[in-house]
Design a protein around this ligand. Sequence first.
Ligand SMILES: [Mn+2]
Length: 350
Amino acid sequence: MELNAPKPQNSTGSSKTGLSHSCRPQREFLAALAKARKPLLLGHVTPDADCLGSCLGLAGALREQGVDARVGLPPDCVAERLAFMLELDTAIPIERHVSPDSDRDSVIILDTATEKRINVGSTIAPPADAVRLNLDHHITNTDFGAYNWVDPHASSTCEMIARLIQELGWPISPPVASLLYAGIHGDTGGFSLPPTTAESLQTAADLVRAGADVTHIGEQLCRSQGRRDFELLRRVYDHTTVVANGAIAYSYLTYHDITESGCKPEDIDDQVSIPRALRGVRIAMLFSEGEPGVVRINLRGEGRTTVVELAQKFGGGGHPQSAGVRMKNKAIQDVIATVIAAAEEHLRHH
Ligand SMILES: [Mn+2]
């Protein structure tokens, strides 16, 4: 067993403001957080478990401190399999519409690498003068907030929030513990992917002690597949193709596949784990056409192979071994041909 696991590569970037990405929040960030009395918490488009867990978990913890925190979530953007997370703490207000003249004094953006990925839909427009705080663990985060705390070593944004709450000495209620645990579970692939560190396991253990419902979260995230999701996976298996002597496996879902299965674009989440699970695969990809002409690519690297550079080449970003791209006005088969060629080239160098 390797006790000193290799650190993720390129994991300390310098920000545009000259501040280094850091595993502890800076004093200025904490001061700005303490000033937020009516914050709106926002995550990224197609929210995953870490995104929902961090928005709802931090909002819940702030509310327990008497702060009027609210989560902004456009209508119909949550995957069916993650909808249970909205029920974990029903005391947290979820705003589907926010107008520029609302009373929100600040916006806390969580788990979101770039400004264009903030999940505002067409219904959320916070006041222009609201102070923006940016808390995230993506290595490609652009430090777009007035105050930024980015830690690419953290397994998840939920792990950062759990550490933050512990540092501030706030209590963690069972619902908040469950929300944060679900996010860590999600981003570590059920504590099995490289971001699973001793620290993330320790934080998860602290959350279990605080009352996180391990069985309920495990059942909901791993053993509650709906028929529509199942039908979608059938197609992912059917369309899986292996190239580069087995080192690259990919699949695709056309707009037709998604709608015929009864799914929606927001249900595309971690289906890339199907081609990824093939033995010998170093790069796995899922190409999906959530809406006609818009192609999303989920990329995963196995072993020591990183994929974030490949994602960046096409305008995307993410983590070293888990990244994404969104391309507009492209035919899915053209995107597949171009990206597979680039992935084969990438493998020669990584
Ligand atoms: Mn995350």
